[in-house]
Design a protein. Structure first.
Length: 276
């Protein structure tokens, strides 16, 4: 089974792929759109895509891509992000003068870099930075990346878990060409992801959200973005706890439809154990 993801081999998306699907064949892609296109063309069974990080926040591009791809969410996975200082074999941390990584990771290790007087250099991505360090025979340069990247590119871990925040976690969504049957089971916890567009009436969003409150349905995420470049047409992405076959969720979705011009279910899937 092939799983596509954005980034180089050794990226955190690659690591998430290995955790979620240990026996899968990883397929690296240059962009998120390319990873999803592999699924649409049936070259990959799934794509695993990061949507938000506990330190950095949302991955904005994804919320624009999701409604356009025609793919469905079938699984979520939470990856604890451990950042490591990687360098050529035999290098001591005192020799390192600069460290390369994605700009987001550099910001998440600011305290460590300042403590060791290491200059931060922005790279294209984490695994790509590790790959460059492995190719350049420069003992003063290091990379900030996953332990997996170190193994793939033959680098040594000079210091592990150097991230400033000990709870640094990224949520990934697993995308499929079609929805997977998800029958309601009382012993399981579920997530439902929807996109909707409110009608052009006063307080439409407030009224649309009311059904979730009155029916006791927990809305855990709500994102908004403009549609077709218009400032008057807004689309929303929402994650809710529960299954559409549960009566409270059914009633909440029915009330939502009354105040919206479009509601689409992007996926019904088991809640990751990280939530429970």
């Amino acid at each position: 089974m092939k799983i596509s993801f954005q980034g180089e081999l050794g990226s955190y998306s690659h690591q998430a792929c290995g955790e979620a699907f240990p026996d899968a064949y990883p397929v690296p892609c240059a962009t998120f759109a390319a990873a999803m296109e592999k699924v649409k063309s049936a070259e990959s069974k799934y794509a695993i895509i990061p949507v938000e990080n506990s330190t950095y926040g949302r991955v904005a591009d994804i919320y624009y891509l999701l409604p356009k791809t025609g793919l469905f969410i079938v699984k979520e996975h939470f990856l604890r992000v451990h950042i490591n200082l990687l360098a050529l074999p035999g290098v001591a941390i005192s020799e390192v003068r600069s460290a390369m990584s994605h700009s987001v990771l550099l910001g998440q290790c600011e305290k460590f870099l300042l403590k060791h007087n290491i200059k931060a250099i922005s790279g294209i991505d984490t695994a790509g930075s590790a790959k460059l360090v492995s190719q350049n025979n420069d003992r003063t340069k290091a990379a900030l990346a996953s332990p997996l990247a170190g193994k793939i590119y033959g680098l040594e871990v000079l210091e592990e878990k150097i991230e400033d925040m000990s709870n640094n976690t990224t949520r990934f969504l697993v995308m499929s060409k079609g929805p997977e049957k998800m029958d309601l089971c009382d012993s399981k916890h579920y997530m439902t992801t929807i996109i909707f567009q409110v009608r052009n009436i006063p307080a439409a969003l407030y009224k649309a959200m009311g059904g979730f409150a009155t029916n006791g349905v927990n809305l855990v995420k709500l994102e908004s973005y403009m549609v077709a470049g218009s400032f008057t047409s807004t689309q929303f992405y929402a994650d809710i706890e529960g299954h559409p076959d549960e009566e409270p969720v059914q009633r909440a979705l029915e009330e939502l439809k009354y105040f919206t011009s479009m509601v689409t279910v992007l996926g019904v899937y088991p809640a990751d154990t990280f939530r429970i």
